[in-house]
Design a protein around this ligand. Structure first.
Ligand code: MSP
Length: 555
């Protein structure tokens, strides 16, 4: 909301788009980095789309931590609990809204934990401090004359929690539509297909129209405010036309489950107005000016929102951050996976079946491009699991196998690095490719992630793992007639690849990467991005036979 424009911005920020090519040269420093997910409606249990949003944000949060380990990273997620949608869902189950939300909000929290999402606060908009923050913002806007009493009529969608104009809806005849069992005509949103109901009511309005020029200029002046570019273009397109004032309350007689308008308990604050303020509440708003650093995390550096809400969010001035990422949609048979359609994939089940990291890997690799929607495929998920098992888990077992270790001379472990420095050939094309790749991999990955190219970052790491796997197959250091020098070189080069890839994989597959680095005795203090440089870290004693994946085999 616009209040955020009044808040002081921090002087030093991590330049997401700095174009740095060498991590060791990273001299920009900011004491905090703040990322947010959208907050989820707990009208029904989570699905893969929600897990995806959490995972994408978590990858960027974890990368921010390893990039500058001394910096505080604030990562906010949670549930958006008020509004008609929740009120009706609770009524349908004969539960008080809070009791209903307690149950389902907890499922979102458990999912975030099962997914290893490293959030620093899980906010619920039913919490007291949030009510306080929302009413504080309301009063601040009211005192500036930005809120007035008016009336509104239009088509309201409870599923989307927003009004649509006449042009944005269409009528479907009773026969032939799947949304109604009766033969009556129904009216639906053209964009989302959700049923709308005609509503006329007195309510409070926010003078959003006054801010169109400001918002347009802001988004136009910096193409990096919204990623990917097509989402940025959609927002500019919307802002190229006049904006209507926003209805920001509902009569209490229709909506009782929400935060009261200050000094007028006959009105409840509109759920989107309430929800967007969570980003402020989550980091301690209203600021206590007596306490130092209380604003340390404000404003957000990166906000992840689904592409369906990026326009609503930016239109109401929500994107105060340096950057907003409009993530794509997961579909099933090309239809958006959604609670209301009922075509959802259960994230708890897939995590239980394949493990957190395999699911994270699939979501990031396929969903981390942000170009087109992607269709969920269990088969593709399993193939991705198999790829990880083979290139990482099985590779670790192969290189630490007895067949190779028994060919290493006594005491070899103590000077792995030296032997690597001395033995690398400059003529073997494959060897040179692996070594060169390792020298630049950390900065390649870092640059991709700074530009939010999650899938590409992951691909660069997997490309490196493929190259070392291929080299291992070609050199066969386990073979009886292999020369000791080749065995030593392959062993050292493989471990160095695993060390660097292990560090870089932490944001994507934190559990497996942690197990790998532990198995290689990489000290906790040497797991930051700066240690992912070629020959820049300790090569410790490696424990053979550690299975990263339960059904990893030694070939
Ligand atoms: N409560 C609002 C957001 C308020 S943020 C101040 C909301 N909630 S939601 O539960 O409906 O959706 C939460 C997020 O999940 C949205 O960003 C939405 O785009 C995302 N997804 C919901 N379904 C999805 C897919 N099928 N695929 C990918 N993400 C999807 O909107």
């Amino acid at each position: 909301m616009l209040l955020v424009q009044q808040c002081a911005r921090r002087a030093h920020r991590w330049p997401l788009r700095s174009g740095l090519t060498s991590i060791s040269n990273t001299c920009f420093y900011s004491s905090s980095y703040y990322l947010t997910t959208p907050i989820f409606y707990p009208n029904s249990v989570p699905h893969i789309g929600h897990l995806y949003t959490l995972v994408i944000t978590d990858i960027l949060a974890r990368h921010a931590r390893i990039s500058l380990p001394d910096r505080t990273v604030c990562f906010l997620t949670g549930t958006d609990e008020h509004g008609l949608k929740i009120q009706r869902a609770a009524e349908a189950r004969n539960l008080e809204p809070l009791e209903f939300c307690n149950r389902i909000s907890d499922r979102f929290r458990v999912l975030a934990n099962n997914a290893s999402a490293s959030y620093t606060r899980f906010i619920r908009t039913s919490e007291k401090d949030h009510h306080h923050a929302v009413q504080h913002v309301w009063r601040a806007l009211d005192s500036k004359g930005l809120i007035y009493k008016g009336s509104h009529k239009g088509w309201y969608s409870v599923a989307d929690e927003c009004f649509y104009t006449e042009n944005q809806v269409e009528r479907l005849s009773g026969k032939g539509n799947t949304l109604s069992s009766s033969s009556e005509e129904i009216v639906v949103s053209k964009e989302t297909g959700s049923v709308v109901e005609w509503t006329e009511e007195d309510n409070y309005k926010f003078r959003l129209s006054r801010f169109r020029d400001f918002l347009f200029a802001r988004y136009q002046s910096d193409p990096h405010t919204i990623y990917p570019p097509q989402q940025h273009a959609a927002v500019l397109d919307m802002l190229s036309m006049p904006l209507e004032d926003l209805s920001v309350s509902r009569p209490r007689s229709r909506l009782h489950w929400g935060i009261s308008v200050p000094n007028d308990s006959a009105h409840t604050i509109y759920v989107w107005f309430d929800a967007l303020i969570n980003y402020l509440t989550g980091v301690g708003y209203p600021w206590d000016t007596e306490k130092q650093n209380v604003q340390a995390c404000w404003p957000p550096d990166l906000q992840v929102v689904g592409k369906d809400i990026v326009r609503d969010a930016s239109g109401s001035g929500h994107t105060t951050s340096q950057e907003a990422l409009g993530s794509l949609h997961w579909t099933v048979n090309r239809r958006k996976m959604s609670k209301s359609i009922g075509n959802v994939v259960d994230p708890f089940y897939v995590i239980e079946e394949l493990g957190t990291d395999v699911v994270r890997y699939y979501l990031a690799r396929i969903g981390g491009r942000f170009k087109d929607d992607v269709d969920w495929s269990s088969e593709q998920l399993e193939n991705h699991g198999a790829e990880l098992r083979s290139l990482l888990g099985n590779f670790y077992l192969r290189i630490t196998s007895a067949a190779i270790r028994k060919r290493l001379p006594e005491g070899f472990h103590s000077n792995l690095r030296e032997s690597l420095e001395q033995s690398l050939s400059t003529e073997d094309v494959k060897e040179v490719e692996v070594a060169n790749g390792l020298q630049t991999l950390a900065s390649v990955v870092d640059n991709h992630l700074k530009e939010l190219r999650i899938s590409e970052a992951l691909e660069a790491i997997m490309h490196q793992l493929k190259a070392i796997n291929a080299l291992l197959n070609a050199t066969e250091p386990w073979a009886k007639n292999s020369r000791e020098a080749v065995v030593m070189k392959m062993y050292a080069l493989s471990l160095e690849t695993l060390r660097i890839c292990g560090i870089l994989l932490q944001p994507f597959i934190p559990i497996k990467a942690g197990t790998l680095l532990d198995a290689m005795s990489v000290p906790q203090s040497e797991r930051a991005l700066q240690h992912a440089q070629y020959l820049c870290g300790t090569m410790g004693v490696t424990t053979p036979g550690v299975k990263l994946f339960s059904n990893t085999r030694v070939s």
